[in-house]
Design a protein around this ligand. Structure first.
Ligand code: ASP
Length: 364
C-alpha cells in the first residue's frame, strides 16, 4: 500500500465513524432534525406563562356553570399576576411564586386554603420551586401552619443551604424567616372535610374485601383535584417552575407526594424546559415525570410536546398512574398534557393572549 492509499483508507474510516455517510439507526435523527427546524421557524417568545389547578376526573356533565365560571375567573386572576410580572421584566421565579399564591389563597384548589384532609383530619401541605438558571431549588413537606407553602419553598431555596425541609423543622424555619403562620384551622373547608368523610365510609366497606386504602371520593370520583402549579419563561431567558398541594385525601403516616420532590413534581432547566406536575404522586415519583421530560429534550432532542406525550401518555399510564403536567420550553412553547378527563389550566403569551381550559381540548 502506498502512502496515498493509506491516507484515503484513514479518511474513509473517519467519515464512517462520524456517521456522516452511514447514520446510526439508533440516533433519532429524523426527530432531532425536525425539532431543530421547527424551533428555527418559530420566533422565540419574549416570555410565557402556563398554570394548572389540578388534573383528575373533571367532567363537563358534573360541572355547574357557576362552578366553571368560578374556576375560570380564579385561573385568569392568577395567571394575570404572573403575566404582569413577566411583562414588566420581572423574574420567572417571582411570576411563578406570586401566581401560585393566588391559587393557594383560594378554597377552590387543593393547595393552601382548600387543601385536602389527611386520615387524621389534618391538612399537611407540600410545595416546591426551581430556578432553571442555577438549578437551585427549594421544597417543603408536611407543613400544617404555613399559610403559603410556595413562599416557604422559595425561602428555603434563597436563604438556606438546603433544598428540602419537612414538618416541625420546616415550620420553625418559616417562623424564623417571618412568613405568615396560621392556625391549622385556617385550612378547613367544608367541601374537603365532607370528601374525607365519604372516602372513609367507602374505605370501611371496601377494606374487608381488599384491605386497601381508599383515595377516591365516591361522589366526586376523585380525591386529588386541585394541586396548583406554574411554569414560566422571563425576558432574560430564565425558566422557573413551582407546585403547591395538600396531597391526596385520606393520606396517612406522613405520606408525601411528588409535589415537593424536585424532578418529579417540579423541574426547571434553562437548557430545556420548566415543568409542574399534578396527578397520582406515587406514580409521578416513580416515573420522575418532570425531570424525565427535561431529559428527553436535552439528551434525545425531542420537542417539549413529544417529551410530555412520551411521559404522560405512555410511561405514567403504563405504570398505572394518572395526571398531567404544564410546561414551557426555552423558546416559550407551552404544553399542557394530561391523561385524565380534565385539567384546570391557562396560558398567556407575550402578546397578552389568554387561553383557559378545563376539559379535553375539543370539549372546552
Ligand atoms: N400530586 C399530588 C400528590 O400526589 C396530588 C395531585 O396533584 O392531585 O400529592
Amino acid at each position: 500500500m502506498n502512502s496515498n492509499t493509506v491516507l484515503f483508507a484513514l479518511l474513509f474510516s473517519l467519515c464512517l465513524s462520524c456517521g456522516e455517510l452511514v447514520p446510526n439507526p439508533d440516533d433519532n435523527v429524523e426527530n432531532i432534525t425536525r425539532d431543530i427546524s421547527e424551533e428555527k421557524e418559530k420566533p422565540k417568545a419574549e416570555f410565557a406563562i402556563i398554570i394548572h389547578g389540578g388534573a383528575g376526573t373533571i367532567l363537563k356533565k358534573n360541572m355547574t356553570s357557576e362552578k366553571e365560571a368560578a374556576y375560570k375567573a380564579k385561573l385568569e386572576e392568577a395567571i394575570r399576576v404572573g403575566y404582569e410580572i413577566l411583562k414588566n421584566g420581572g423574574s420567572s421565579l417571582d411570576a411563578v411564586q406570586k401566581t401560585i399564591n393566588i391559587m393557594e389563597d383560594s378554597p377552590l384548589f387543593n393547595a393552601g386554603k382548600g387543601a385536602v384532609f389527611t386520615n387524621a383530619e389534618t391538612n399537611e401541605l407540600d410545595a416546591s420551586i426551581m430556578d432553571g438558571k442555577t438549578l437551585n431549588a427549594g421544597a417543603s413537606a408536611g407543613t400544617t401552619t404555613v399559610r403559603n407553602p410556595i413562599n416557604l419553598a422559595r425561602i428555603i431555596m434563597d436563604n438556606s443551604p438546603h433544598v428540602m425541609m419537612a414538618g416541625a423543622g420546616a415550620e420553625t424555619y418559616a417562623k424564623e424567616q417571618g412568613l405568615t403562620i396560621v392556625d391549622p384551622s385556617y385550612f378547613y373547608t367544608e367541601n374537603r372535610f365532607n370528601s374525607l368523610k365519604r372516602i372513609i365510609e367507602k374505605e370501611k366497606t371496601e377494606q374487608d374485601q381488599n384491605n386497601k386504602q381508599a383515595f377516591y371520593d365516591p361522589e366526586i370520583k376523585d380525591s386529588k383535584f386541585g394541586t396548583v402549579g406554574c411554569a414560566a419563561l422571563d425576558k432574560n431567558g430564565n425558566l422557573a417552575a413551582g407546585t403547591s398541594t395538600g396531597g391526596m385525601t385520606n393520606k396517612r403516616y406522613g405520606r408525601v407526594g411528588d409535589a415537593p420532590i424536585i424532578g418529579a413534581g417540579t423541574y426547571a432547566n434553562n437548557n430545556s424546559c420548566a415543568v409542574s406536575s399534578t396527578g397520582w404522586g406515587e406514580y409521578f415519583i416513580r416515573a420522575m415525570v418532570a425531570h424525565d421530560i427535561s431529559a428527553l429534550m436535552q439528551y434525545k432532542g425531542l420537542s417539549l410536546k413529544e417529551a410530555a406525550q412520551e411521559v404522560i401518555q405512555k410511561k405514567v399510564p403504563e405504570l398505572g398512574g394518572d395526571g398531567g403536567i404544564v410546561a414551557v420550553d426555552k423558546n416559550g412553547n407551552m404544553v399542557a398534557e394530561f391523561n385524565t378527563s380534565g385539567m384546570y389550566r391557562a396560558t398567556m403569551n407575550d402578546k397578552g393572549e389568554l387561553e383557559i381550559g378545563i376539559y379535553k381540548e375539543n370539549e372546552d
